[in-house]
Design a protein around this ligand. Structure first.
Ligand code: MD3
Ligand code: FE
Length: 199
């Protein structure tokens, strides 16, 4: 990796502009079959990030809590994870299993994601991989427990992060997105793909 922050491997510009455009093209088909939706937290607040997913599972949240579901809220099965996305997993995660969930987060103007852990998966020994596309975002890394000092870094279009080992359970979030910093996406904003082994 180009740098490692609190155990998170950061691969800057892992995807060149052409690979980024190809991925956006593939994601357009995914989102046509599985349109973005806005989830509610268990406290009845709407998340500012719009979500969809590809793969065997998508992630869902409502007043009953957080969980993985095997269908889009419309009832349709999730589309398969595009091959170009799986290729990034094969190259940078390089583990025996393929991801079962490709969560697709879209950040429009003002969207953010509070500090949280990813812990709805069955086995934390599998890494999590993230791909950033579009506008740059200020990413914050905390600790294995709530509180304590944090470190921030800007994620740019084409960057790939791999969270393995101890960093798999670190608190993390997105503080803000720099609107207009990229022309990759037609409507602007930022897309983040988070790939996870779920079962
Ligand atoms: C560090 N997404 O979907 S990606 C998420 O940019 C999520 O949309 C953010 O956090 C986003 O759960 C951050 C980077 C990321 C993803 C998973 C992690 C960092 C992580 C899991 C453990 C530690
Ligand atoms: Fe997360």
């Amino acid at each position: 990796p180009d740098l490692t922050v609190r155990g998170v491997a950061v691969h800057k510009a892992a995807l060149d502009p052409e690979a980024q455009r190809d991925m956006v093209t593939a994601l357009r088909d995914v989102v046509r079959a599985a349109p973005f939706f806005q989830l509610e937290t268990r406290f009845g607040r709407k998340l500012s990030v719009r979500m969809s997913a590809a793969g065997a599972f998508g992630w869902f949240s409502d007043r009953r809590g957080y969980r993985y579901i095997d269908r889009h809220p419309s009832g349709a099965p999730w589309p398969p994870i595009p091959e170009c996305v799986l290729d990034v997993w094969r190259r940078y995660a390089a583990v025996a299993r393929l991801p079962e969930c490709c969560l697709i987060n879209h950040y429009g103007e003002g969207a953010r994601m509070g500090l949280h852990q990813d812990r709805d998966e069955a086995d934390f020994r599998w890494p999590v991989l993230s791909i950033s596309l579009g506008d740059s975002a200020l990413f914050r890394l905390g600790n294995l427990e709530k509180g304590g000092p944090t470190e921030s870094l800007w994620l740019e279009s084409g960057d790939v992060l791999v969270m393995g080992g101890a960093s798999r359970l670190i608190y993390h979030g997105i503080d803000r997105v720099r609107a207009g910093s990229s022309t990759l996406l037609d409507g602007g904003g930022r897309l983040n793909l988070t790939l996870r082994v779920v079962t």
